[in-house]
Write a protein that binds this ligand. Structure first.
Ligand SMILES: Cc1ncc(COP(=O)(O)O)c(C=O)c1O
Length: 348
């Protein structure tokens, strides 16, 4: 079963630790009045006021910005513009499943490079360089990494960029680096394309406010793909996104405090269960992906949900079958009770 089908239909539980973003930010906490919203707008390639806010937020020039529907559609549009059938493409492993499936759907000749869990999911850049061939067109990765929240620091990202092919980076989790913000890799060289949205770090998934930063010569191709697919975005959501971006500081503060609280809970849990679970303490991001030293993770996750009303993501969805993913972005009491239940099952 594909990951997203599982996430939509089979992951819910009373203690749901299977999510990867910050809990939903409620509409009532946004200073939005019904008069501020409108059903239909000017269309175009994104509501101009929203484009203007995103230019300001990202620091990128308007001619490099493509608006889209969440990072999901941004990934589809960007990868569709970057990949042609039969082209050689290198995709990180483990990865967020849709990124791999989009490349396969587009007919790329997909090869993989590993991120090593035993080495904090780092990319071995020399090995990656060795995998690149003259015909390799694209390197695909996420930063922060899903499922582990591992960071590729700027110096390493520069090295990856210097290998030569274009680099596609899904940066939807990079937004969650509240205490030590990282520069988007878009700014590290003219072969980087990045995607992002307001979903994960701010709990604003429902706005579907996603974007791509890329080289201006690729933008017409991406806009043609917007025209071929959904045409325009829901205008009310664009208007709400403008309001959210104008009030991002308190939204970010809420997310930051929640993640810090939850990180302490998760790190205490990981330290107490080091005999059963191998995982470096969480330093940032919204997830951890511990490795179970013994036992079958799939069976463990099934029992956890069936008998303990708690869900985590089995690692096989990320090609890491001995791992599972715990999300840090939910309500702290739910996380705490979910972790207690995981501890109970680990103890059996
Ligand atoms: C790496 C990655 N990219 C994109 C998405 C989807 O994000 P959005 O809600 O912005 O479409 C997810 C959601 O899990 C993700 O993990």
């Amino acid at each position: 079963m594909p990951y997203l089908e599982w996430a939509k239909l089979r992951s819910t539980a009373r203690f749901n630790l299977a999510t990867s973003g910050v809990e939903n930010y409620p509409l009532r906490d946004l200073p939005a009045r019904i008069e501020d919203l409108e059903i239909t707008g000017p269309g175009l390639y994104g509501y101009p006021e929203l484009r203007e806010r995103l230019v300001r937020k990202t620091g990128a020039p308007d001619e490099s910005l493509v608006l889209s529907i969440g990072t999901s559609m941004a990934n589809f549009i960007a990868l569709s513009a970057l990949i042609e059938r039969g082209q050689d493409v290198l995709v990180e492993q483990p990865t967020y499943q849709p990124m791999l499936h989009i490349a396969q759907w587009l007919g790329a000749k997909v090869r993989r490079f590993t991120r090593d869990p035993a080495n904090e999911w780092k990319i071995d850049i020399d090995r990656l360089r060795g995998l690149v061939r003259p015909e390799t067109k694209l390197i695909v990765l996420s930063n922060l990494h899903n499922p582990s929240s591992a960071l590729i620091p700027e110096n390493e990202m520069r090295e990856i960029g210097a290998i030569g092919p274009r680099v596609f980076v899904d940066e939807v989790y990079l937004e969650a680096m509240f205490d030590s913000p990282e520069r988007s890799s878009f700014f590290l060289g003219d072969n980087f394309t990045i995607t992002n949205s307001l979903t994960k770090a701010y709990g604003l998934s429902g706005l579907r406010c996603g974007w791509i930063l890329t080289q201006p010569d690729l933008v017409p191709r991406m806009h043609a793909l917007v025209d071929l697919t959904y045409g325009v975005s829901a205008h009310s959501a664009e208007r709400l996104s403008v309001i959210a971006l104008d009030h991002l500081a308190p939204i970010a503060q809420h997310a930051r405090e929640l993640l810090e609280r939850n990180r302490q809970l998760v790190n205490a849990f990981l330290a107490a269960h080091a005999r059963q679970l191998e995982c470096a303490p969480s330093k940032f991001g919204t997830c951890v992906a511990p490795r179970m030293r013994d036992g079958r993770v799939e069976d463990f996750c099934r029992r956890l949900r069936d008998e303990f009303e708690t869900s985590v993501v089995p690692g096989h969805f990320f090609e890491a079958p001995q791992h599972f993913r715990i999300g840090l972005g939910g309500a702290s009491d739910i996380l705490e009770q979910g972790l207690e239940r995981i501890a109970t099952l680990l103890g059996q």
